[in-house]
Write a new protein. Structure first.
Length: 379
């Protein structure tokens, strides 16, 4: 039975993974209010062993208890059937054979189009590139994503470094994606959703793949994952200019490239190659981020361990802005090792302030002026 008053009280309750009302998703199966004030509620979980069952319990109980008429809550759970999960997936994610577009061929093998390549997409793909390893690109991707989420944006991260994945550890996500009828719902931490090979590769085993398998993995990260139209999709690019970089330029033709470098000439030279690669595949390089710019000692003095000026020199050469300089601090590295990004856990620190300033420039100053709309057609 459904009590209208109780149903409306529960309508604002969202599934913590799908970010939709449990009422609108059809998860609420019973909402009965007995004469003695007991609310008897039955909720259908998307899968057995739902990892966020306790969170759903807390949300449903709190919402029901806001009613003066409710004196107690009796909450039980059931699980959706295979057919119900399929219908839920269709509602949220569409059919694999859905709308065709110019990038239809780059979708999942079943024919799903990549949503971020479609004219109506409002998501800004940010490709964080470096050209070489060891410059802190993944740390910057993680903290920049957390900073954007902290500004109120919906944010997702694709860990495209298939061989050297690290984003799950840096974000502190401790569970794999939830699978609903072959639709992957990515785990979320610090307001950021993430997908990575790290959720699927056996621990301590190397990923040894040739190009076609890398290509396929990236397809599925973009098409089989329920991203829910984020405002920003950050892509942690692998070092170099190989297969993955080429594939992503095809998958995300509206991607914006942000190049990470350190101040010394060796890093700057390789970072220049990353920018050249982006130019060849017609992706705009929007800005430079300089990492490890200085270290502040206990004496309060700044030490430029890796030199100075490399980021600005590269930015001037490419005719694009230097978005910010990030100090070399142990806490940034330590936070990445234990899943506590410095932007989230030390918001008043110098590093966190620098990340927020870069995020603000990307979100506002570098916002594309071109409007993409499926209704606009060239006749």
């Amino acid at each position: 039975m459904m009590n209208d008053l109780l149903v409306e009280a529960l309508r604002p309750v969202q599934d913590p993974e799908l970010h939709r009302s449990i009422v609108d998703l059809g998860m609420l199966r019973q909402a009965d209010l007995a004469d003695d004030g007991t609310a008897r509620i039955l909720v259908a979980l998307t899968i057995a062993g739902c990892p966020l069952r306790n969170e759903i319990t807390n949300r449903v109980t709190s919402a029901a208890e806001t009613l003066d008429e409710v004196s107690a809550v009796e909450l039980e759970f059931t699980v959706m059937t295979d057919d119900e999960r399929e219908q839920l997936r269709r509602t949220l994610h569409g059919d694999a054979s859905g709308s065709a577009g110019s990038h239809q061929a780059h979708g999942h093998a079943e024919g799903r189009a990549i949503p971020f390549a479609q004219p109506g997409s409002t998501t800004r793909p940010l490709l964080i590139s470096s050209g070489k390893g060891g410059v802190g690109k993944s740390s910057i991707t993680t903290n920049l994503a957390v900073a954007l989420a902290g500004m109120g944006h919906r944010v997702g991260v694709v860990d495209a470094d298939i061989y050297g994945y690290s984003i799950p550890r840096m974000l502190g996500t401790d569970r794999p994606p939830t699978v609903i009828d072959e639709m992957l719902v990515p785990p979320e931490m610090w307001g950021v959703r993430c997908i990575s090979m790290g959720y699927f590769a056996p621990e301590n085993e190397a990923v040894i793949w040739r190009g076609p398998m890398l290509h396929k993995a990236l397809e599925q990260f973009l098409t089989d994952v329920y991203w829910d139209e984020p405002d920003f999709l950050l892509v942690d690019m692998p070092p170099g200019t190989g297969d993955i970089a080429i594939s992503l330029s095809q998958y995300l033709p509206r991607g914006e490239v942000y190049v990470v470098t350190t101040p010394q000439p060796a890093a700057q030279k390789v970072a220049r190659l990353s920018a050249a690669m982006a130019e060849k595949v017609n992706l705009p390089v929007k800005g430079i981020i300089e990492n490890m710019s200085w270290f502040t000692g206990d004496d309060g003095k700044r030490y430029e361990i890796f030199g100075a000026g490399g980021g600005q020199e590269l930015a001037d050469e490419l005719g694009i802005p230097l978005l910010g300089q990030l100090p070399l601090v142990p806490m940034l590295r330590e936070g990445g090792d234990v899943g506590r990004p410095i932007v989230a856990v030390e918001p008043e620190s110098e590093s966190a302030a620098a990340f927020r300033a870069i995020a603000e420039r990307i979100a506002v100053e570098l916002k594309p002026k071109k409007i993409f709309s499926p209704e606009l057609k060239v006749i």
